[in-house]
Write a protein that binds this ligand. Sequence first.
Ligand SMILES: [Zn+2]
Length: 254
Amino acid sequence: MKVYFLGTGTSQGIPVIGSHHPVCKSTDSKDKRLRVSVWVSWGNHSYVIDCGPDFRQQMLVSNCHKVDGILFTHEHADHTAGLDDIRPFNFKQGEMPIYAHQRVIENLKKRFDYVFETENRYPGAPSVKTHEVVNNEAFVLGDKMVIPINVMHGDLQVFGYRMDDFAYLTDVKTIEESEVLKLKNLKVLVINALREETHFTHFNLEEALDFIALVQPEKAYLTHISHLFGFHEEIQKKLPENVYLAFDNLEITI
Ligand SMILES: [Zn+2]
């Protein structure tokens, strides 16, 4: 299975528009971060997790020619605002299967009403086929089982996803013990770490490292990074062995 980091930045991305922060001015390509998303592929199968405002650019840069479905973690704009740009895939492949909590599907119906319109549809409008994700109900993607992981982003429920020995969790602040049990024996865990300072809806570095110590994956990658965290190169030096700061266009094989 290949995991390609399409974006590793927090909601504003890095650089932040109009910012003079040194990280936003960095010339290191690893300090340029699009909104958070991964592309997971194996054999003939190809899925992305989340579809933020940088989706079009991410598909072009990564050379992704086929998407069999989109798994949504939650409805925040940095994870969903690119939905209109699935059209090139619709023209080639037909309806795009999307997988999300029912609440997220309802939210997308409000914000992208034309996508879900059944009468007088605008020709060429994006089209989706919805699949509800329910906690404690694994589902099949291609020939793999996906286990939803229920986490909390402040007061908002968010789904992470486990496929084989890989789990992708973003926008986590708290997680119940029953969900942690679903994360045993991972080869790779991707987990959000916004910055060093505490945040009310995101893990900071310390919380992410404590969580990694609890789950004990073989390797962990940090994502959903704020410019306030600092320069990629300097953060990486502070991390324990087997913990890596993810960066855009990093590809790993599991
Ligand atoms: Zn987010």
